[in-house]
Each structure stands twice: as structure tokens, then as C-alpha cells.
Design a protein around this ligand. Structure first.
Ligand code: NAD
Length: 260
């Protein structure tokens, strides 16, 4: 734990070991890249097999990167992922539960119940399983940090995204409970709530009119917030939700009322 005197190194992950789920691309890949550049050994996990290619690219920076194909809805696969990281790196300090899916946008009246359950399985059960299996390792190592990737839709739900919006609010609730349960063991648990971010998830959709800053985020922007919360720079932050949404949840549109 860093104190006032060593704040300058608080953003470093030298000697630390991390897991990032959903790391084949997008925000997960950017997070893994940032952690690696700052010194962490990283296990990158995804259900997509091209996570191997992502790992090979990230390892080019000289970092220790391990790829693993994992379905975060599977208790056995998530437990094995955590054990593999702890054994390979000899420690575990950080878990980023980033894997997520929107499902096909559908009004509640038209939603297929199985499709609803699938979104919850990935976004909520996946986060739950990651925390369930990682928290004992983090606690045994004297503490650590978990960052769960929620969404601005947790606080500003979108029509057609009922399952997704509700699942991301559930992630916030789980984050707070885990923060309370992990506190005495030194395990901090926080959530990042990205706004529209230029990844495969939103494709070519134009959100510029919805975002006061007038654009989607680059994946590196929420990744930076995730890494802050995972680092010693956030040593007194737990149970917190950090919106990285270009002002989307701040209130109304950026334009002044009455202006042309
Ligand atoms: N892009 C946005 O606008 C946006 C906004 C708010 C929140 N988010 C959240 O950010 C996170 C990352 O999304 P992204 O934007 O980088 O999109 P993305 O689609 O590039 O990344 C999501 C990753 O999760 C993986 N994944 C999905 N289901 C999985 C499973 N069962 N097991 C393992 N991996 C699985 C996917 O294969 C994919 O690589 C998600 O949780 C998403 O909900 C994204």
C-alpha cells in the first residue's frame, strides 16, 4: 500500500499479476495493454480464440502475457482461469471483470426469455464468478483490487436494452457488496461505467449527439480509469462507481437551453 511519500510510483504495476476478461479486443485489450506497459504480468481471457493473437501482440512490448480461452459463465472455467494465473505468476493482485454483451436490442414486450437470461449470465453471473474465485486468492496475498466493467446504462438505461441496462445495474450492486465483504482483507472492489466507446460492441453507431463531449470514447479512455482503480493510486477507494461517459449522465444536452 503506498503512502503519501511514494505517490509517484502508485500507478505502477511492477511485480503485480492481473487477469483481464473479455480481452480479445476493445476495452479489455486496451486495459491489458495499459497494465502490461506499467509492469504487470497479465492473463488475458476471452471466449474468442483470437485472444491468442491479442496476447502475442501485447507480449511484443516485453511484458509477460498469457492467453486463455474462457467462457465467464462457466464456474469450472472461471475457477481454472484464476488458478492458472495464480500458479503461472505466483501471485494475483488484480482482476478486471470486463467481458460483457448487449444481446440483440429488443423491447421488453418482444424479448425472448432465454436471450434475457443469456445477457444476465455473461454480465452478472460472469462478474459474480470472477469475484467468487479471485477474492480468496487476493485476500491470501494480503489484498488486491477488482474492477468490474458496468456501463452508463446502469444509471441511464436505454429503451431496447432492458436486459443489458438491468444487468449493468446489478454489476454496480454486486460491486458494492463485494467491496464490503472484501474490505477487511484489503480487497478493494470498484466499477467503471463507460459511455459509448468505439469497439466492436457499438460498431458504427453514431452516439455523438448523446454525448456532451461530442464523440465516443477510445477504448484507452475507460481503460485508463480501470487501471487507476486497480492501482495503489486508488488505495482508499472501494465500493465506488466511476462514470467515464463524456458527460452523458450529467443531465441534459451540452447545448444551453434557449440557444439556437
Ligand atoms: N463499447 C461501449 O460502448 C461500452 C459502453 C459501456 C460498457 N461497455 C462494457 O465494456 C465491456 C467491454 O466491451 P467492449 O466495448 O470492449 O466490447 P467488445 O465486444 O470488444 O468486448 C467484449 C468482450 O467480451 C467477450 N465476451 C463476451 N461474452 C463472453 C463470455 N461468455 N466469456 C468470455 N468472454 C466473453 C467478447 O468475446 C469480447 O471480446 C463490456 O462489459 C461492455 O458491456 C462497453
Amino acid at each position: 500500500m503506498s503512502r503519501a511519500g511514494d505517490r509517484e510510483s502508485a500507478a505502477s504495476f511492477a511485480g503485480r499479476a492481473a487477469i483481464v476478461t473479455g480481452a480479445a479486443g476493445g476495452i479489455g485489450r486496451a486495459t491489458a495493454a495499459t497494465l502490461a506497459v506499467r509492469g504487470a504480468a497479465v492473463l488475458v481471457a476471452d471466449r474468442r480464440e483470437d485472444v491468442e493473437a491479442t496476447a502475442a501482440e501485447l507480449a511484443g512490448s516485453g511484458a509477460e502475457i498469457v492467453a486463455r480461452t474462457v467462457d465467464v459463465t462457466s464456474p469450472a472455467e472461471v475457477e481454472a482461469m484464476v488458478v492458472a494465473a495464480a500458479e503461472r505468476f505466483g501471485r494475483l493482485d488484480v482482476l478486471v471483470n470486463n467481458a460483457g454483451a448487449t444481446g440483440v436490442p429488443t423491447a421488453i414486450a418482444d424479448q425472448d426469455p432465454a436471450a434475457f437470461d443469456r445477457v444476465f449470465a455473461i454480465n452478472v453471473r460472469g462478474v459474480f464468478l470472477g469475484m467468487k474465485y479471485a477474492m480468496p486468492h487476493l485476500a491470501a496475498g494480503g489484498g488486491g483490487a477488482i474492477v468490474n466493467v458496468s456501463s452508463v446504462t446502469a444509471v441511464r438505461p436505454l429503451p431496447g436494452l432492458g436486459a443489458y441496462s438491468a444487468s449493468k445495474e446489478a454489476v454496480v450492486s454486486l460491486t458494492r457488496v463485494a467491496a464490503l465483504e472484501g474490505a477487511t482483507a484489503g480487497v478493494r472492489v470498484n466499477a467503471v461505467l463507460p459511455g459509448p466507446t468505439a469497439t466492436r460492441m457499438i460498431g458504427t453507431e453514431d452516439f455523438s449527439g448523446d454525448v456532451p463531449l461530442g464523440r465516443a470514447a477510445a477504448p484507452e479512455e475507460p481503460a485508463e480509469a480501470i487501471c487507476f482503480l486497480a492501482s495503489d493510486a486508488a488505495s482508499f477507494v472501494t465500493g465506488e462507481t466511476l462514470l467515464v461517459d463524456g458527460g452523458m449522465s450529467a443531465g441534459g444536452p451540452a447545448q444551453r437551453w434557449g440557444a439556437d
